[in-house]
Write a protein that binds this ligand. Structure first.
Ligand SMILES: Nc1ncnc2c1ncn2[C@@H]1O[C@H](COP(=O)(O)OP(=O)(O)OP(=O)(O)O)[C@@H](O)[C@H]1O
Ligand SMILES: [Mg+2]
Length: 677
């Protein structure tokens, strides 16, 4: 390190402000003084006639020309014995530099003060033998204002080889001398010889090259105390990785200049690194998410690279999407579903708004509309059929028992709660209803036709103490709700795309319908292992019912084991997390997508997802389909993009939908328009 004396302030100004401001080079008038005219210029400053004639345009042009010249270029012609008239007009104009430059700065041995900002530069002086790849990202993701600069100087291999050879010779002879003297072995010397030899090998073979590397950090703060705290934090974070730093004492200005984006290294504190070590310093792994597998989620707004990613490669494949209404949540997830489907992933959607119908029909999926007037029926007594792909270890008894528990819960919901005595009777009755159809703990018997709700009702009719239950059940077998839960199942979940729409389900029946659907899905997922994604759109309303909230919670925890990725979409983070189950769902989701947020919700979102100020700002400012994408520890800014055909399938824009309907109607009946004319 060279300890040059620090230039004092007046000398430092022209260095720090290199672009041509003539003001910096000439004596400044003090307050109240009339500016003295430089020697050789006319003594009084009336504008010469030709300048007046030239008009404002020409003067302006000249002042901009001068802007790009250094003071040395423009100075003499204007002020030193020149016959030209000084450009008073240009001097009086504010330039970009006037706007961005600090009013003044003070250089201290261990910091610089720019107005109200304090900066300090640190340099790395030693590296450990081993470092982790991407070690610098810990510093980059640190929530402080920091400039980092790296200087990499390649060294010619020829030149190094000569030096290394000499060094190897010295070390080898030291080793030989020690051995001759009969001293115990010296591991330090042996390691040095091994290192040099392996380096010589790789350099000679051209596998690696050698570089000199300089790494500087300049930290910014609004107070000295904070600056000291940040310095300590930075030093200890780096020190924890055995990377040691020092402050560039008495060279703060050189340090600061070296971290400006000018490519000037004024500190020149260099360390030798080979290609492998150098590559660990590149902190780019956090901002690219391009892998060789998976699907396209969108464009990375940091660097326009593609976000290609397979969610099944994370610890769990669950994801949550939070954003305000109309910000493109459903759009992004439909796109993901469509693209995942092409790669053989089954998609199951719980859709409270019938938004997924067009997409489902376009890909030939099953659209299951649950409502009293729908022709699709689901029998709660269905059992998963034993067969290929069934999880081994699930015995016939456990399958039957879990279904009985599920029906028990469902009936308790349908009848609005049960007494303990009724509870016991009901369980017995369900087993009996199965037994009537010859279905027992033997897995082979599960192929038989399952019972229906009215079979259970007739079993209950013959039991004492079940009278109230029978009368309550009659509402579902004979009364208003007849038909919905008491018919054999007439569809198959099958494979591909399946949508359960509950939009048209009566409000009182919604919790029951949801319970049935969720259990049906869970049965399928558990007993036949397949790569699947379950999408729950508008999940906030499921969080309002204890049963469905608990279901989502347990599914988020267990989905991974059944090769299932759960996607939860919700408008309101606060609503969602108000439920104790909501937080567990978020904690168990490795992938998170945050799109545009409302100012009211941003603080809560920032707190839950540990967002930086910059990320908060991004979420408030972004457009439809833009936001943040979190995959494990990686954060990137995303822009969701769809092709024209995809957009046609997934848009929910009412104008586009109406236009499409009109177009379709016309294609079906082309004569209407002609007749109208
Ligand atoms: N990435 C995108 N590119 C182009 N258009 C988009 C994009 N994302 C969303 N849109 C359009 O923005 C509108 C709203 O999108 P979307 O239905 O996905 O919003 P949402 O967040 O699900 O809203 P809600 O919470 O009300 O369901 C739609 O008309 C959709 O076509
Ligand atoms: Mg939506």
């Amino acid at each position: 390190m060279n300890n040059q004396p620090q230039p004092n302030l007046p000398q430092a100004v022209p260095q720090a402000v290199p672009l041509g401001t003539p003001v910096a080079n000439k004596p400044q008038p003090t307050a109240g003084q009339i500016p003295k005219t430089p020697a050789g210029a006319p003594s009084s400053p009336p504008p010469p006639p030709e300048l007046e004639q030239m008009g404002e345009k020409v003067t302006l042009k000249r002042s901009f020309e001068n802007f790009w010249k250094s003071p040395a270029d423009s100075g003499p012609s204007l002020f030193q014995g020149s016959t030209k008239v000084p450009d008073f007009y240009g001097q009086g104009m504010a330039s970009v530099l006037d706007l961005i430059a600090p009013a003044g700065f003070k250089i201290e041995p261990n910091y610089i003060q720019f107005g109200n900002i304090y900066t300090r530069t640190l340099f790395v002086f030693t590296y450990p033998r081993y470092v982790q790849t991407n070690w610098l990202s810990r510093i980059i993701n640190y929530d402080i204002t920091l400039d980092i600069s790296m200087f990499i100087y390649p060294i010619g291999t020829h030149q190094v080889m000569g030096d290394l050879r000499k060094k190897a010779g010295q070390l080898e002879s030291s080793l030989a001398i020690e051995r001759e003297k009969g001293m115990v072995r010296n591991p330090e010397l042996e390691t040095a010889v091994e290192d040099i030899e392996s380096l010589r090998d790789v350099l000679q073979r051209g596998e690696e090259r050698l570089f000199q590397f300089a790494l500087y950090f300049t930290i910014y703060s609004t107070s000295i105390n904070e600056l000291n705290t940040i310095t300590e934090q930075l030093e200890s974070t780096l020190g924890g990785m055995l990377i040691y730093t020092k402050q560039s004492l008495l060279q703060m200005e050189q340090g600061f200049n070296s971290t400006l984006p000018l490519g000037i290294d004024e500190l020149k504190i260099l360390r030798n690194l080979d290609t492998g070590c150098l590559s660990t310093t590149f902190p780019f792994t956090s901002s690219t998410l391009s892998t060789n597998e998976g699907i396209l989620y969108g464009l990375n707004r940091h660097n326009n690279s593609l976000i290609l990613f397979d969610r099944f490669n994370l610890e769990n494949a669950n994801s949550v999407v939070f954003a305000k209404a109309g910000s493109g949540k459903s759009y992004a997830i439909k796109l993901e579903a469509l693209r995942s489907l092409m790669l053989g992933t089954d998609i199951i959607v719980i859709d409270p708004e019938s938004e997924y119908q067009a997409l489902c029909e376009a890909v030939g999926g099953n659209f299951m509309r649950l409502s009293l007037d729908s022709d699709k029926r689901m029998n709660p007594f269905d059992l998963p059929t034993p067969g290929e792909g069934t999880i081994s270890g699930a015995s016939g008894e456990s399958i039957l028992r879990s279904n009985v528990t599920m029906i028990h819960g469902l009936l308790s919901l349908m009848m609005g709660g049960l007494t303990p005595a009724e509870d016991a009777i009901l369980e017995k009755a369900i087993f009996e209803a199965y037994a009537l159809k010859d279905i027992t703990a033997d897995a082979q018997s599960h192929k038989n036709q399952p019972p229906l709700l009215k079979d259970l009702q007739s079993v209950l009719q013959n039991m004492t103490g079940a009278e109230t239950m029978v009368s309550k059940l009659s509402k579902y077998t004979e009364g208003t709700f007849k038909g919905l839960f008491d018919q054999p199942t007439n569809f198959d979940l099958g494979t591909g795309f399946t949508v359960f729409s509950v939009r048209d389900l009566e409000d009182t029946l919604r919790p029951i319908g949801m319970y049935l659907i969720l259990n049906y899905i869970w049965q399928k997922v558990r007993f036949k292992m397949k790569r699947r994604i379950l999408i729950v759109d508008e999940a906030w309303w499921m969080m309002q019912h204890e049963d469905s909230a608990r279901f989502l919670y347990s599914m988020a925890k267990r989905a991974r084991k059944y090769y299932l990725g759960l996607t939860i979409i919700s408008q309101d983070v606060e609503d969602f997390l108000a439920s104790k189950y909501g937080r567990t769902v978020v904690n168990n989701s490795s992938m998170q997508i945050l799109l545009k947020q409302s100012p009211a919700a941003i603080e809560k979102v920032a707190q839950i997802f540990n967002l930086t100020e910059g990320e908060k700002f991004l979420l408030l400012e972004c457009d439809v389909g833009e936001g943040l994408f979190f995959a494990g520890l990686n954060h990137v800014a995303i822009k969701v993009v769809a092709s024209y055909t995809e957009d046609q399938l997934i848009t929910t824009d009412p104008r586009e939908l109406l236009a499409r309907q009109a177009e379709k109607a016309q294609q079906e009946n082309p004569s209407t328009e002609n007749q109208g004319q």
